[in-house]
Design a protein around this ligand. Structure first.
Ligand SMILES: [Zn+2]
Length: 409
């Protein structure tokens, strides 16, 4: 027992030859630097391996410097993959006005704005990229959705305190409560013969006269006596040089003073109207800055605004709504094609809108085909359960119901 123990101790004390050890297997990338306690050779090998590993990692990792810029998370998915290449394209401050469209009613949305330019992220060369996916960029706060403005509900006074548009309104037919149809005929006054024909149509119509016609007091008085109500058909700048609104058209770039000067002249040409609608104006009505003094003047005078909707992105009715000005928008143009077949089809459309929504507004013009069609069609409404009303009846009804005009935005 003692001998064995002594031998064991002796063996333990005897210096043993140092066995050769192979360097540890190469660490897998990405590894942190090898710990202390290893010889210089091993350390050198490790550094070399780390270097090679880092190089290989660069080749394998998919282009970390092209990590999508944070704003890309807000983009519609279709745009994301294409964006990193582009290093320019500043976000447009203001989009150009949309080009004129052959179809006047097509909504023209501005093109979606480009992503803001992303400064190119340069990868740090010191460390290999982390094995995990880069943390998703912090989402940018989304622009707060524009809260719908509270719709000011105009007070409808009656009697002597009633606003001008109601005091000048044509009488509402009594005794029937079917879907309402308002027919507005504009461009009146210049063609005296056809203006007379329109005045002779079954009342009540809403008749809108061009301010530069020369016999307005006589014509408008005749129209009022026949049971129609009146509007001023204010010329406004259209898109396209070919279209001429006639003398005194309001210019989108004219400035508020020039606009008001012309508008006040337009409104001085005859009396007893209920409001205005735009003659042409596809450029002017799309310009909120240009339209603002017009709507404010109507508000000050207690008049209504009928948006003819000569372009899809008109601001007229929505601006009037925001400023508390009674307003409405045209549903159907009767005679863009002034022939009896097309006009008949549009009258059918008008009836359909009225049945669907309870009311409908048409705009027509003093063409013979339009007058001929209306002469017959207006007689058919009672049998169809439809009620011919002046425009003011629809505006008043919607105000009383607290409704927003369906085309008002
Ligand atoms: Zn017109």
């Amino acid at each position: 027992m003692d001998d064995k123990l002594i031998k064991l101790v002796a063996d333990f004390k005897r210096p043993s030859p140092r066995p050769y050890r192979a360097p540890p297997p190469p660490p897998k990338p990405p590894k942190r630097r090898a710990g202390g306690g290893v010889g210089r050779v091993v350390l050198g090998v490790c550094v070399l391996i780390l270097g090679v590993g880092a190089l290989g990692w660069d080749l394998l990792t998919p282009e970390p410097e092209e990590t999508p810029f944070p704003i890309a998370t807000d983009l519609p998915p279709a745009q994301v993959p294409e964006e990193p290449k582009v290093a320019e394209a500043p976000a447009p401050e203001k989009s150009d006005p949309p080009p004129p469209s052959p179809s006047l009613d097509v909504e023209q949305k501005p093109a979606p704005s480009e992503a803001a330019p992303a400064p190119k992220v340069v990868a740090e060369p010191k460390e290999p990229p982390p094995a995990v996916e880069p943390e998703p960029p912090k989402a940018q706060p989304e622009p707060a959705p524009v809260a719908p403005k509270p719709v000011p509900k105009p007070v409808i006074a009656t009697g002597k305190d009633a606003p001008v548009w109601l005091r000048n309104a044509a009488a509402m037919p009594t005794g029937s409560d079917g879907p309402m149809i308002a027919i507005v005929i504009d461009d009146l006054g210049v063609d005296k013969k056809r203006t007379e024909r329109v005045i002779a149509l079954k009342q009540p119509l809403t008749l809108s006269f061009l301010p530069y016609a020369t016999e307005l007091p006589r014509q408008t008085e005749a129209a009022r006596k026949a049971g129609h109500e009146l509007m001023v058909h204010v010329p406004m700048e259209p898109l396209g040089a070919k279209n001429d609104p006639g003398p005194g058209g309001l210019k989108a770039s004219g400035g508020a003073q020039a606009t008001l000067k012309q508008l006040r002249w337009d409104l001085s040409r005859f009396d007893a109207y209920v409001g205005i609608n735009n003659h042409m104006g596809s450029k002017f009505t799309a310009d909120k800055t240009a339209m603002t003094p017009v709507i404010e003047e109507l508000k000050a005078r207690g008049l209504l605004f009928l948006d003819s909707r000569t372009i899809g992105d008109t601001t007229g009715a929505s601006l009037a709504q925001a400023l508390g000005v009674p307003n409405a928008s045209r549903d159907v143009f009767l005679d863009n094609e002034p022939n009896s077949a097309a006009i008949g089809a549009r009258l059918g459309d008008l009836e359909a809108v009225a049945r669907r929504t309870g009311m409908a507004i048409a705009i027509g013009h003093p063409h013979d085909a339009t007058i001929d069609a209306l002469t017959i069609w207006l007689q058919t409404l009672p049998a169809k359960g439809l009620v011919q009303v002046p425009l003011t009846a629809i505006v008043k009804h919607r105000l009383e119901q607290g409704e927003t005009p369906p085309n008002g935005g």
